[in-house]
Design a protein. Structure first.
Lengths: 267, 298, 329
């Protein structure tokens, strides 16, 4: 078993309701597990909670059976390659330097990089189709290229698990598909993937299991066909949708319908 | 490096350790040793230190313009070996400048190899006396704030350079001129006056400065006589509220233009700004400015 | 520019700068006199000037300049902000208020060490207050909150300072203003050793945090995911960086621009890897301040201009040239 949450409740200070309210979920090892939900439903908070960044108000989070709070930070970093939604790269940096930071959990504060570290970086860049970008400055890259580079950094950590918060948010179809196929290949090679995304169709197509969050609660968990149901989705997203199997891939395909008529003004 | 061998690093490291535990100490300088039979001149300076001279100093640097002027008047300008940026008189033109009177450039001061440095009393510049102590160079702190201070400075400097006679003469002139002015104004109504140095906000003289002394000698009443300090910045409001009959200032000082439409302003020559042997002239100018025509007639 | 090339150049420039600062000064001397003075021979005056005035001053410039640049680079990484500089936690205001308080109370004559200690103490009070204000708002020491707290604390101390100056005598005001502009003329061997004792171990600690700072410069969440104990690193790096800055201010007043410009210049030349950026910033700051101080003494000799003026006048154009180079190259 990979990540696991049991009755996890996370409450940000000053908020009127908890960001996560008694969430119970489980990421099977070797699966591609997608977390879905509307904006503000707690997806990013879940990842932070699972990674031990925020102490829970109640409940527990664990990884591979051990409570996340008992994991040493560096060991955790060698096990999970996590990429948050946002990063500010305030200073000029070369792509290879950014990816090389993925090797830090394997190195002491002053120990120099070894040949194995450099090879791991190159492999990671290759797998993300970013090898040509190695010497470029981060500031000159497009949004999609930066995303690939950040995923390469996570791969350079040589983790057993990948946790990615909306890695394809600003990517075009080619790059988004390339990333998802990379993730699928990683899973085939034995890596567990936790993927936060808002792209319902692709989640349904590539994920083994889905988690649907709504207002910090679990709205549904299970296989794509179990979670991607018209009634559940319409309710959670507040918009009428229809779900049909995709004619080419066979996976569930979500189609938003015309919205409800605007409310008549009170006379 | 040869320079780092020797006592500096060891002593310095020990001192640093001591400092980490406690405070450093200022070591008082040792006075010159007394030769049997010689007449040593001992002077207590404005900081209360006793400075002793076995013989008159021959290489003097004065960082205080009024003391410099005094030394020139005492006739020892030959013994002045340096000047400050502010000493522009012809007598000193050929001398090396050490920069400002406060925080002089130490290197140049030290290179002049003075045997007496006259400096401003107070804590404004602590580096200079500390360095002079290191080198065993005598230094004298002066603070010519009031007329009495200034007379004391003239006499002390006179004793040090061996010109007591001249110094006494200068002081006697000051006394007699001031006495004369007092006499002339004895029966007259005091004039309410403020001495304004200029600036924005304006700086004025309070009680205890030599200007204040000269104003009262000349039959003036300093409207800022209750100021808690010697000199202070004040507001136009305070100036106007005290209803002075007159505002006095030195020529060339930048007065706020809103003053002259409301209060008569008279200017005196800049020598008034230098307390020293020119006090008689300064006193006369001030008295004249307070009551024009005072010195005419029989 | 290749990193070893810059490192080699700065390592060579450092002793050269010291030699220049010893050879030249406000008082003209021949090379022979300088050499004699170094060896302890020649007139007592010459020896004093070389060994007690010029040499400690040059060494103090190195330590203070290096420390300021190092602190600046560290704060820029922690705050993820290119405008960060060593005084950003209100340190300059606190130190100035401490120093001027001593001057106003008439205590500076009690001991020549009271003033630097008061400046140091004032700086530490400012740092402490900035951390407290930030922690009260957000326990997790959000760097944006810390930045704001530093600005507020700095403004408070500036007001304290203005009050003290308003009630001071004219000469005290002049002295305070002079001190605040930065001045290395008070350099003695004791101050050099003291500054070294405070600065060099701290520099060692910061250098050890190089990798952590690399990652902190990307983001704290990322840092945590990469195994960095972000809170610990933040507190340690801020604390040590502030300490170094406070020590520099205590012995040399508030010297600006070194901590802001030198790290940027080094970054433009060799990039943001702190394993190179930190040591090269130290060297760069050391060389820069030493040469700037020499210029400050010579340009209008015998008058001295505040070294902070030179660091600004010289530093800014050099920086602009490098900036253009980086944008077009």
């Amino acid at each position: 078993m990979s990540f696991r949450a049991k009755d996890l409740r996370v409450h940000y200070p000053g908020a009127d309701r908890p960001a996560l309210d008694d969430v119970t979920m489980e990421v099977p090892e070797g699966s591609l597990y997608a977390v879905l939900g509307p904006n503000g439903s707690g997806k990013s908070t879940l990842m932070r909670g699972l990674m031990g960044l925020i102490p829970p108000a109640s409940g527990s989070a664990s990884l591979e059976g051990k409570p996340i709070s008992s994991w040493d930070r560096r060991t955790l970093a060698r096990t999970v390659g996590a990429v948050p939604q946002n990063e500010t790269i305030a200073f000029p940096l070369k792509v290879r330097e950014l990816v090389a930071m993925g090797r830090y959990p394997h190195l002491g504060p002053l120990s120099p990089e070894r040949a194995t570290d450099r090879e791991a970086v190159e492999r990671a860049l290759e797998r993300c189709d970013a090898a040509k970008l190695g010497d470029r400055d981060i500031g000159t890259l497009s949004g999609g290229e930066i995303q690939r580079v950040r995923i390469a950094r996570a791969l350079a950590q040589e983790p057993r698990v990948l946790a990615l918060d909306e890695p394809t948010a600003s990517l075009d179809v080619r790059h988004e598909m390339a990333i998802l196929e990379l993730l699928k290949r990683s899973v085939a090679q034995g890596i567990t993937v936790l993927l936060i995304t808002h792209h319902l169709d692709l989640a349904g197509r590539f994920a083994n299991r889905l988690l649907l969050l709504a207002d910090g609660h679990v709205a549904a968990e299970g296989s794509p066909s179990e979670v991607l149901r018209a009634d559940t989705l319409s309710d959670v997203y507040g918009w009428p949708v229809a779900v049909r199997p995709d004619p080419i891939t066979g996976s569930p395909r979500v189609t938003p319908l015309d919205g409800p008529p605007p409310q008549a003004p009170l006379s | 490096m040869a320079a780092l061998e020797g006592r500096h690093p060891t002593t310095a490291i020990l001192l640093a350790v001591a400092l980490l535990v406690g405070c450093g100490r200022n070591e008082p300088p040792e006075p010159d040793r007394l030769e049997p039979g010689a007449t040593t001149v001992e002077v207590q300076d404005a900081e209360g230190r006793v400075v002793a001279f076995v013989s008159p100093p021959e290489r003097i640097v004065s960082l205080v313009p009024s003391a410099t002027h005094t030394l020139i008047e005492l006739g020892v300008s030959d013994h002045l070996v340096g000047r400050t940026e502010y000493d522009t008189t012809a007598a000193l033109a050929g001398l090396h400048s050490v920069g400002g009177g406060l925080h002089p450039t130490l290197e140049i001061l030290v290179a002049l190899e003075p045997d007496l440095v006259v400096r401003f009393a107070g804590q404004t510049d602590l580096e200079t006396p500390a360095r002079l102590d290191d080198l065993g160079v005598a230094h004298l702190a002066v603070a010519p704030e009031s007329v009495a201070d200034t007379k004391g400075m003239i006499l002390d400097l006179g004793r040090i350079v061996g010109r007591q006679g001249r110094a006494t003469a200068l002081v006697e002139t000051i006394d007699s001129v001031l006495a004369d002015i007092r006499l002339r104004v004895a029966s007259l109504e005091p004039v309410r006056v403020a001495w304004v140095v200029g600036g924005d906000p304006p700086w004025v003289s309070g009680p205890g400065t030599y200007i204040d002394d000269l104003l009262s000698v000349a039959g003036g009443q300093n409207v800022f006589g209750d100021l808690g300090r010697l000199w202070a910045a004040t507001s136009l409001e305070a100036l106007f509220a005290r209803h002075p009959d007159l505002v006095l200032t030195a020529e060339g000082s930048g007065l706020d233009p809103r003053i002259s439409p409301r209060i008569p302003v008279r200017r005196v020559s800049p020598i008034v700004s230098l307390p020293g042997p020119d006090l008689p002239r300064a006193a006369t100018e001030i008295a004249e400015a307070l009551r024009p025509g005072l010195f005419e007639g029989p | 520019m290749k990193r070893p090339l810059l490192a080699g150049s700065l390592l060579a420039a450092l002793p050269l700068a010291v030699l220049l600062a010893v050879r030249f000064g406000p008082e003209p001397m021949t090379t022979g006199e300088v050499i004699q003075g170094l060896a302890g021979r020649g007139s007592e005056t010459t020896v004093y000037i070389i060994r007690e005035l010029r040499l400690p001053r040059a060494l103090l410039s190195i330590i203070v300049g290096g420390g300021l640049a190092l602190a600046g680079a560290t704060f820029q990484a922690l705050l993820r902000n290119p405008l960060a500089e060593p005084y950003i936690l209100g340190i300059s205001g606190g130190a100035a208020a401490g120093a001027v308080a001593v001057i106003s109370l008439g205590l500076a004559t009690a001991s020549t060490w009271l003033l630097p200690f008061a400046a140091f103490g004032g700086a530490l009070v400012a740092i402490f207050l900035a951390f407290r204000v930030a922690a009260a708002a957000d326990r997790r020491l959000d760097v944006r909150v810390l930045l704001l707290a530093g600005v507020v604390v700095g403004a408070f101390f500036t007001a304290v300072l203005a009050f003290l100056l308003a009630i001071s005598e004219a000469t005290e005001v002049q002295d305070a203003v002079w001190w605040m502009m930065g001045d290395l003329s008070g350099a003695t061997w004791r101050k050099v050793v003291l500054a070294a004792v405070y600065t060099l171990p701290a520099a060692g600690v910061l250098l050890g945090l190089s990798r952590a700072l690399n990652v902190m410069a990307i983001g704290e969440e990322t840092a945590l995911y990469l195994g960095v104990h972000a809170e610990r690193v933040k507190r340690l790096a801020f604390g040590v960086g502030s300490f170094v800055t406070a020590a520099g201010v205590a012995v040399a007043g508030v010297i600006g621009f070194v901590g802001l410009i030198v790290p940027h210049a080094i970054r433009i030349l060799v990039g943001s890897d702190h394993r190179w950026l930190l040591p090269l910033s130290f060297l760069g700051g050391a060389v820069f301040l030493t040469l700037a101080d020499l210029a400050a003494q010579l340009v209008l000799a015998p008058s001295v201009i505040p070294v902070g003026v030179v660091t600004a006048f010289v530093g800014v154009p050099i920086f602009l040239v490098l900036l253009r180079r980086s944008l077009t190259g």
